[in-house]
Ligand binder design. Structure first.
Ligand code: NAD
Length: 367
């Protein structure tokens, strides 16, 4: 099943080079980011589904610091197709049984886990034990406990771990981080954000099974809205209260459909968010003491757009995943932590865990 994020995918083709202005905007927030690479690193994608095939492999055709060196798939026909399409040698193709042999493959430096959420922990830990650096897709794992185990395993193996948070490399998002965190218009007093799409896919897909996905729209889409509030304010929330709604309970038997939440931040900003598998949302609106700014689309990879004090942002779009993977390769070469390490994934999972607790208790829950 390939979900369609309608608000964000329609103008995906509208990519362009990152303008000098945008680079300057981003740099203020990128002090931890790496700038130089010396070796072109090999990436192996694990799980050749919609995101790997539709976004990551094409993005890897444009990377400078890394390239698509290998694949891990349980489907022999996919192995053959990908091998031909991307010129991947047989010795760099693995299945889930032979995966650990990747330890002996010098062509592969980084393993990118692009599997259903319930498999993220296992493959991240196996990759680190095989001596590979890891990028793991969002949401990082089923819950915060698993995230902690993944972080520990990568530390123990002395490998870098990064989460597929492509927006941290995206110039509109970097501008929102700058405006909010540097308090360009004074303190941000209010953030309203939502992310979702109308699920019309396979009713038996892993995304609708709690054991495989951990949850529904909140895990898959809400995570962006939670991040959005966190990076706009540059603070961590301390408590949350959430409610939910189901209009198609027969489809969303096992997972949440639409979730609404209010987050308490130490600075006192009023922050509301929502996620859905039944609404096409993708916006972030921030009100500050002396101005406002917003993004819509705010979270997709089909091109973001936004306004500052009601005027267009006029920032070019980039290939987010290309920038994200190139940056991680540079981090590996420089042995520097990514700006989106496992700890960043853990922070979001703590909020998500608390939202699910609040849905159960009907009360405010500490994060
Ligand atoms: P998908 O269903 O299209 O692909 C999943 C892949 O996992 C398939 O190739 C499937 O064969 C494989 N797989 C292996 N074992 C499986 C099992 N037991 N059950 C089901 N599939 C199994 O999913 P996707 O959309 O590619 O999502 C994969 C990951 O990427 C998820 O974590 C998702 O949240 C993430 N993702 C991230 C973004 C982003 O913008 N960062 C976008 C889409 C997906």
């Amino acid at each position: 099943m390939k979900p369609t994020i309608k608000t964000s995918r329609r103008d995906f083709i509208r990519t362009g080079s990152l303008g000098a202005g945008a680079l300057v905007l981003g740099s203020a927030l990128s002090s931890l980011a790496c700038t130089k690479a010396d070796k072109r690193l090999g990436i192996a994608l694990v799980g050749l589904g919609g995101y790997s095939g539709g976004q990551l492999a094409p993005a890897l055709q444009h990377t400078k610091n890394c390239y698509l060196a290998g694949i891990v798939t349980g489907t022999p026909a996919k192995a053959e197709d990908w091998s031909k399409k991307y010129n991947i040698p047989q010795k760099n193709i693995y299945n889930y049984q032979t995966f650990d042999d990747i330890a002996n493959n010098k062509d592969i430096d980084i393993v990118y886990v692009v599997l259903p959420v319930s498999m993220h922990k296992e493959y991240t830990i196996r990759a680190a034990k095989a001596g590979k650096h890891v990028i793991c897709e969002k949401p990082m794992a089923l819950n915060a406990i698993e995230c902690g185990e993944m972080i520990d395993a990568c530390k123990k193996a002395d490998r870098l771990l990064s989460i597929g948070y492509r927006l941290h490399f995206e110039p509109h998002t970097q501008e929102v981080m700058r405006l909010g965190q540097k308090q360009v218009f004074g303190k941000v007093t209010k953030v309203e954000t939502g992310n979702g799409f109308t699920y019309n896919g396979d009713p038996n897909a892993w995304r609708l099974k709690k054991a495989l996905a951990g949850g529904g729209g909140l895990m898959d889409m809400g995570i962006y809205a939670i991040q959005g509030a966190r990076y706009t304010l540059g603070q961590e929330p301390v408590a949350v209260k959430a409610t939910q709604e189901k209009t198609r309970p027969e489809l969303f038997k096992d997972v949440d459909e639409t979730v609404f939440w209010e987050l308490q931040f130490p600075g006192g900003a009023k922050v509301t968010g929502k996620s859905s598998y039944n609404n096409d949302w993708g916006y972030l609106r921030a009100q500050a003491e002396k101005g406002n700014f917003e993004l819509e689309p705010a979270y997709g990879y089909g091109g973001l757009d936004g306004k500052i004090n009601d005027k267009p942002m006029q920032i070019p779009n980039i290939r987010q995943q290309t920038a994200q993977m190139d940056d991680f390769a540079t981090c590996v070469n420089l042995k520097k932590q990514s700006r989106v390490p496992g700890e960043e994934g853990l922070k979001d999972m703590k909020v998500i865990d608390a939202i699910y607790r609040s849905l159960d208790s009907g009360k405010w829950e500490k994060i």
